[in-house]
Design a protein around this ligand. Structure first.
Ligand code: ADP
Ligand code: MG
Length: 607
């Protein structure tokens, strides 16, 4: 007996709709794009229960006549193209004519719409394929209301996340559109409260101040670049080297005003910040790329979130170089004295691009600049790196103390050794029979504490803070954190919600009593967002590890801390009995050997 049969149309549409509509934020994005395609200049979005109960988007655009209003919910009904040959010259977001059809297949939709010339408006309702139209009084434009998303697909509804998570995704989508169109007036109401109100602006920098806050805006740098030979130009705003986040939620890429999430664009951005901001941190950026539409393919992703570039390498290089140039110029302004010339590495050098990467000077004095200097081509071999060390020089210091002749067995080799002292208040120099051993005091202490924390968390001594620390964060972040507070408790940190946007820390492990915990808390929020697709068990394990590393980092001695001889000996002794002692929890080496043989070769005593 034949097994194949045609699915009823509305069932097939529900299945297809799942591709377009995965979560409420996708609906918001489609409706916003329709509003912009219709020429709206003022768009207001309202959501309830993370968009699961209600999404309403009101625009003052062209509106629809009766004919269009009837057709707009039909699949492949679009006013934007007639043939695929129109795609290369597309100027609208929409072209597939499937968004409204898909949304209507999985929710209860009603729509009010009126063209400017019409005497009255129309009310259209669509549910389970049945469309009703009746006259209605309404202003010019379109007002779409979506209720009960996935009411007829319980299996899909189950996968929707908590109200706060879905709200966060919606906020992100609204911000992206607001960045793409600074001239739009955008409003977002979340559960009847106005969260975003952005009147029209001229520039991306002004938009940043509206979207984020005044302090963030002060840290944003304007960027601009063109590759006219490849038909590309870009402009936007990026955070400077002193301002970063713990997750990617402050990064927006717009290609021909379309918000895209291409992984390679994000990667080129991060490469531009390589060694400028700490590992595991993310910049904030709103970058608008304008490109000849013939050089991209927008028809590759079911939700049109990704596009394909004809020349992806050019795009990556342009982004990376523009970022580095902007950061470098910003840094140059802060320089007090010149010490070295920056030589771009081959990957950042550009010959044909009109974005030229001009070498600039840096001063070593600034802490910020020290960070940036890590991007200098590093000396490959250990002896060379050490060759610049001049014990007679005034500017380098080796902290020596009288008690230096004490010898104890060291590290893996169990050799007798002498602690010579501390160099640059960062490295402990140890003399052994077969060479000099340098220990990075911070990396080593971090590893020691990390392993201690891992073993004795259950009975770690904690302390009640005399002055509890208050930590501010957005209500969405607070809600996200609320269900994970036990993560902190298991690490000896008692943290509780204090108000709708404040947390209070009452007690901490003794090691951390003086550490600012704000950063750790925001870091955890960032991880929770970054790992939102990971299952709970894996999420907790990953965050446990990361949190432990972060706490060890905060509690460890820092580079620049002066250590006494006794402290140095303690540290070496502890390191010796610590598992995984050759690297810190972030993977940096804790120690480094300069063999006697290499020293002798340098002085041509050996060949
Ligand atoms: P697409 O945008 O790909 O054409 P949609 O399903 O999103 O497909 O919309 C179908 C059609 O409905 C659009 O081509 C447009 O003509 C009309 N439409 C949708 N939303 C609006 C709106 N807010 N204002 C005016 N017309 C709209
Ligand atoms: Mg559309």
């Amino acid at each position: 007996m034949a097994k194949i049969k045609h699915l009823p149309l509305h069932e097939a549409q529900k299945i297809a709709a799942g591709q377009v509509v995965e979560r409420p934020a996708n609906v918001v994005k489609e409706l916003l794009e329709n509003a912009i395609d219709a020429g709206g200049s003022h768009i207001s979005i309202s959501i309830e229960d993370g968009g699961k109960q209600l999404i309403r988007v009101v625009d003052n655009g062209s509106g629809m006549d009766r004919e269009d209003a009837k057709l707009c919910f039909e699949k492949h009904a679009t006013s934007k193209i007639s043939t695929v040959d129109d795609l290369p010259s597309l100027t609208t977001f929409g072209f597939r004519g499937e968004a409204l059809a898909s949304i209507a297949a999985v929710s209860k939709v009603s729509l009010l719409t009126k063209e400017q010339s019409a005497t009255e408006g129309l009310r259209v309702t669509a549910q389970e394929g049945a469309i009703q139209i009746e006259p209605a009084g309404c202003p010019q434009g379109t007002d779409v209301t979506i209720r009960d998303l996935f009411y007829n697909m319980p299996a899909r509804a189950k996968f929707l996340k908590k109200r706060e998570t879905e709200t966060r995704h919606i906020i992100h989508a609204v911000q992206a559109i607001a960045f793409a169109y600074p001239h739009l007036h955008v409003q977002l109401f979340v559960d009847s409260k106005q969260l975003i109100n952005c009147p029209p602006q001229d520039t991306m920098l002004q938009r940043c101040a509206q979207m984020w806050d005044a302090t963030t805006a002060k840290h944003m740098l304007a960027i601009e670049a063109t590759r006219s030979d490849k038909g590309i130009s870009l402009c936007g705003a990026i955070s400077n080297h002193q301002w970063f986040r713990y997750d990617r939620s402050g990064i927006f890429f717009l290609v021909n005003n379309r918000w895209v999430t291409n992984i390679q664009l994000g990667r080129s951005l991060l490469k531009g910040y390589n060694n400028v901001i700490p590992h595991g941190r993310y910049p904030m950026a709103a970058i608008s790329i304008m490109i000849n539409p013939a050089l991209i393919d927008v028809n590759t992703h079911p939700r049109k979130e990704e596009i394909i570039f004809a020349h992806p390498r050019t795009m990556e290089q342009l982004i990376q170089e523009t970022i580095r140039k902007a950061l470098e110029q910003h840094l140059s302004k802060q320089i007090k004295k010149e010490v070295s010339l920056y030589q771009p590495t081959s990957s950042t050098r550009s010959s044909s691009s009109s974005v030229s990467f001009t070498p600039a000077s840096f001063a070593s004095v600034e802490k910020d600049i020290a960070l940036f200097k890590a991007t200098l081509p590093t000396t490959a071999t250990a002896p060379k790196a050490f060759a610049s060390f001049d014990p007679a020089s005034q500017s380098t210091s080796v902290t020596q103390e009288v008690e230096k002749t004490k010898t104890i067995p060291i590290i893996d080799t169990m050799q007798a050794h002498t602690v010579i002292g501390q160099f640059a208040k960062t490295y402990i120099i140890i003399e052994q029979e077969d060479g000099l051993f340098l220990i990075d005091q911070h990396a080593a202490h971090e590893r020691i504490l990390y392993e201690q924390f891992s073993q004795q968390f259950q009975n770690m001594p904690t302390i009640n803070l005399m002055f509890p620390q208050m930590i501010r964060c957005s209500p969405q972040d607070l809600a996200l954190l609320e269900s994970h507070l036990e993560l902190f408790k298991e690490h000896g940190i008692t943290i509780e919600p204090f108000s709708k946007d404040q947390l209070i820390i009452q007690s901490t492990p003794v090691h951390l009593k003086n550490a600012p915990l704000q950063e750790i808390v925001h870091q955890v929020i960032g991880w929770l967002k970054e790992l939102s697709n990971v299952d709970q068990e894996q999420l907790h394990k990953t965050i446990h590890d990361k949190l432990r590393a972060q706490m060890a980092c905060k509690a460890a001695v820092k580079a620049g801390d002066q250590l006494t001889q006794t402290q140095m000996h303690e540290l070496i002794k502890d390191l010796h009995i610590t598992p995984n002692r050759f690297s810190c929890p972030h993977g940096r080496p804790t120690g480094w050997m300069l063999p006697l043989y290499d020293i002798e070769k340098k002085f041509r005593r050996k060949t």
